[in-house]
Ligand binder design. Sequence first.
Ligand code: RB5
Length: 145
Amino acid sequence: MKIAISSDHGGNNLRKEVMSLLDELNISYEDFGPQSSDSVDYPDFARPVADGVASGKFDRGILICGTGIGMSIAANKIKGIRCALVHDVFSAKATRCHNDSNILAMGERVIGPGLACEIVKAWLGTEFEGGRHARRIEKITELEG
Ligand code: RB5
């Protein structure tokens, strides 16, 4: 599995924690920054991750900002992206089982690194259930026009 990851300045620290976790788990990823703590605009950093997942270059994406909200809104504008904003382990599993989410968004100002890492592990380790959920995903795809 290949992951694309980015943040804005509000998510820099948590992004580094998540990259350390991915290193520990031996999961390959590409870091789309930012590489400084300067203030940046989150859509600029959501875009390469969302485009990379939508094109199939990456299997999944992880986006982090202060709340996770801006990143998730931006990513969900890209066709083919189902970005889930998650701050608990139950939702991390549920959004994989039911929504086949392909990007995970989290907020550094909302949760601590310990919970965030548990969320990432649950999200990466849970398969889509298909069946009736696949029909619903098809209907979401239809909404994209
Ligand atoms: C940046 O201050 C903050 O607005 C951003 O990280 C994010 O929370 C937006 O949704």
